[in-house]
Each structure stands twice: as C-alpha cells, then as structure tokens.
Design a protein around this ligand. Sequence first.
Ligand code: ADP
Length: 308
Amino acid sequence: SVFVLASFVLSCSAKVQRFPRPGESLAADIVMIEPGGKGLNLAVAARRLGAEVDGLLAVGDDLASAFAAPALAQADLPASMLIRVVGKTGSGVGFTDAHGETCLAVDPGANHALSADHVREAAERIAAAAMVMAQFEIADGPIAEALALARRAGVTTLLNPSPFRPIPDEILATTDILVLNQTEAEALAETVLPGAIDPAEPARFVSELGPAVLARGPRLVVLTLGAAGAVALGHEGAIGQPAFPVDVVDTLGAGDAFAAALGVALARGLGTAEALRQAAAAGAVATRRAGVFDALGCQADLDQLIGL
Ligand code: ADP
C-alpha cells in the first residue's frame, strides 16, 4: 500500500471574462466549489491506479471541513485518513479569465496544523506501507517525522516538494525519490540553466543539474518537463522519457498524477524506466480532460496510452 501525507484545500473558483478591478464586483460565467489540494490529488490518483491507499489529511472544525469526508468516500479512500483540528480548513479562492490566465490565493489552514505527533500516532500504518509519499502543502515537521519513521522501517519514500520552499537537510537525507520540476531543481542546486533540459539528451541533466541534487540525499531524482516529458537520474545513470502525445484540454493535476503513478509503479516493484513510462502516461492522461479528479486515469488508461 502507499501512505500519503495529504492535504485538503476547498477551492472556490470563478470563470470570468476578465479579472475584476479593485472595488469592482462582476458577474462570473460560473463559480465552482470543489475539494482539492495536492495531497488529496496524490491519494486519489494512486487509488485510481488500483493501489491500496492510507494516509493523513487534516481539516478544521468549520463549514468547509464538511466537504472532506464525502470527497474521501467518493474516491474510495479510507475515512481513517481524516484528522480534525481546531481552526479553519485549508481553502483557496481563484479566478480564471477568458485567456485562461489564473490568479489564486490559498489559506493552508488545518494543513499546517498536521503535526509530527499526528504522524507518530500513525507509525504502525506507515511501517506497514510499501511507499510513503509527501508534498509541500504541509509543514516540515510532520514530513521529517514520517520520512524518518519510513526510513527506519525500510519503507521507500517519495517527496514532491511543491509548492516549493527550501528543503531542510534532514528531509532530503531521508528522501529516496525526489520528484520536481526544472525550476525547483535549479533552486535546490542553486544554479540556473540556460534553457530547458531535453529528455532526448538526459546527459545534459547529468552534467549540469542532477549530481548537485543527487548529492543531497535522494537515490533517484526525477525532473518533470511539462509537454517535453521527464528525465530521471539515479546512481545507475540517467533515463529520458518523452511525453506521450495527447490532445491537451488542461494540464491541471498532471504533476500530481505523474508523482502518484511513479510512486505506485515503484511500490509495485517495477524498474525505474518502466515506472517513469507509467508516470509520463499518467501525466498525459490527466491533461486530456478538464479538472483534476475527473481527468485522472486508471491503470487501463495508462496501459492503453503506453501501447501495452
Ligand atoms: P506540473 O503540473 O507539476 O508543472 P508538469 O507540467 O511537468 O508538472 O507535468 C507532469 C508530467 O505530466 C510531465 O512530466 C509529462 O510527463 C506530463 N505532461 C504534462 N503536460 C503534458 C502535455 N502537454 N502532454 C503530454 N504530457 C504532459
């Protein structure tokens, strides 16, 4: 099974012709209220692929918290993932204009109240997993605790440090698989590359960026490159994975789908190259439909795109 250090964000988004000006109130084309959050996306994506999923997800004691249990149930995720704290549930407000530009503000709320103590209480569940997956919508303390517990129990760990902030050394030291985009990798390696890495030339990743990231702890660093694909660097060498050609509707959730599929494939014992192929297929499938949950693929969708 995979254990996800999840997050919950109730998102309220409005489609508008143009962004409202300061002081202005304008009619939206549509307003949508829906559960989300990177951590929930990871959990839903892993479950959609048939993995048994456990994890932790914190909500507050306000009205917004009422959206969490149905969201878990609908995704066939265990209600035991839910942790209730005093305070506000994570929520966000956003606008998308007629050009597809978006602007967004998020209050992490209860996600930042998920603590190392909560994680310690789940120690046995973590030790029972094949893979622990973490993301950065929660604080460093619980991530460090979960990864350390996993490491001690021989459980593989995967970190997707998004939304990016500097990664503490103790977290990097207990991360087996680090999944990040080029901007995040450059920030971590304290360098800026001229131009984008090309999956057809993984050697450039090896010479210019990978080793600086690898040296900080992980045994596998996976760089996502949007419509170009992805590249992975481990101690055995580098692998480039071109993106699968698809008709893109919106790329929302592609990164989460990619990370979840990579974790599930590696937890199932697949090799790096095959896991990377599965991840790229999951990312591509997630772009074929609008939104996140509706767009996530099942294993058959991935296999079909890969041509298995
Ligand atoms: P994020 O959403 O975190 O920025 P990316 O945009 O890099 O992440 O997407 C994650 C992965 O999803 C990519 O590495 C790629 O494999 C796949 N993907 C993303 N956009 C496309 C696309 N336009 N066509 C095909 N695959 C895509």
